[in-house]
Design a binder for this molecule. Structure first.
Ligand SMILES: C[S@@+](CC[C@H](N)C(=O)[O-])C[C@H]1O[C@@H](n2cnc3c(N)ncnc32)[C@H](O)[C@@H]1O
Length: 213
């Protein structure tokens, strides 16, 4: 495991985007939480929306592969930041080289993905990770698109969810405000939900239905 982590974090892109990663001591940062949840819950199917270079889908895929049940990560990203997710062969090679061949990438926005047969057939999602466009509206869209596809009590993890800030990731002329935190505040008013903020690195919020043991 340590060897795999050292290999992963040797790539500087895997230490970016605010998950609290650190190469010196093989530290996955928030990735430990992603990994631990996927090991402890043993989901067969995980959905990840948005990723810079694949840190989250890779860590989750590794966790599923380490469970005897195995499992698949459905990864949705339209490659809006740059060309990184545009070439299917290069994407498959990237996940293979990262020890995560059990990731299936769909180059689509969530809005486009919900129109596909893959979406219609998708069920029993055991963990949902939302890290796409960080607006209140898109976080709500992503959450509502998959809410009815979750297994009872499945956790939904939101990244960049604890504070507002300006992102220029889509270009200096396309700056936008992160407002996932505002959507989290609306979820907090729902008595059927448990909502836990972890303000580490760029922040994580875990949401799950309260009525499921
Ligand atoms: C780089 S990641 C993490 C966000 C980043 N920390 C930021 O500052 O915005 C965001 C990813 O979400 C993807 N994305 C943007 N809009 C999306 C949408 N509507 N549906 C799914 N993914 C989307 C982008 O292609 C990008 O790769």
């Amino acid at each position: 495991m340590r060897q795999w982590i050292d290999g992963l974090l040797a790539n500087s892109a895997m230490r970016q985007m605010g998950h609290g990663q650190r190469a010196e001591d093989g530290n996955l940062g928030l990735g430990w939480i992603y990994y631990a949840l996927a090991r402890a819950l043993r989901p067969q199917r995980v959905v990840v929306i948005g990723s810079w270079r694949g840190f989250v889908p890779i860590v989750l895929a590794r966790a599923l592969a380490d469970n005897v049940e195995g499992g698949q990560v459905v990864f949705i990203d339209p490659s809006l930041v740059d060309d990184f997710w545009k070439d299917p062969a290069a994407v498959a090679a990237h996940f293979e080289a990262s020890g995560a061949p059990n990731v299936t990438h769909h180059r689509a926005t969530t809005q486009q993905f919900v129109e596909t047969d893959v979406y219609r057939a998708l069920a029993d999602v055991g963990l949902l990770f939302i890290d796409g466009l960080h607006t209140h509206e898109q976080a709500r869209y992503d959450y509502e698109a998959f809410r009815d596809k979750l297994l009872p009590g499945a956790p939904v993890l939101f990244h960049d969810s604890v504070r507002q800030r300006t992102s220029r990731i889509y270009g200096p002329d396309k700056a936008y405000e992160h407002s996932v935190v505002d959507f989290i505040e609306t979820l907090r008013t729902d008595p059927d939900l448990q909502v836990l903020d972890l303000p580490l690195a760029d922040g994580l919020t875990v949401v799950r239905r309260r009525d499921v043991p």
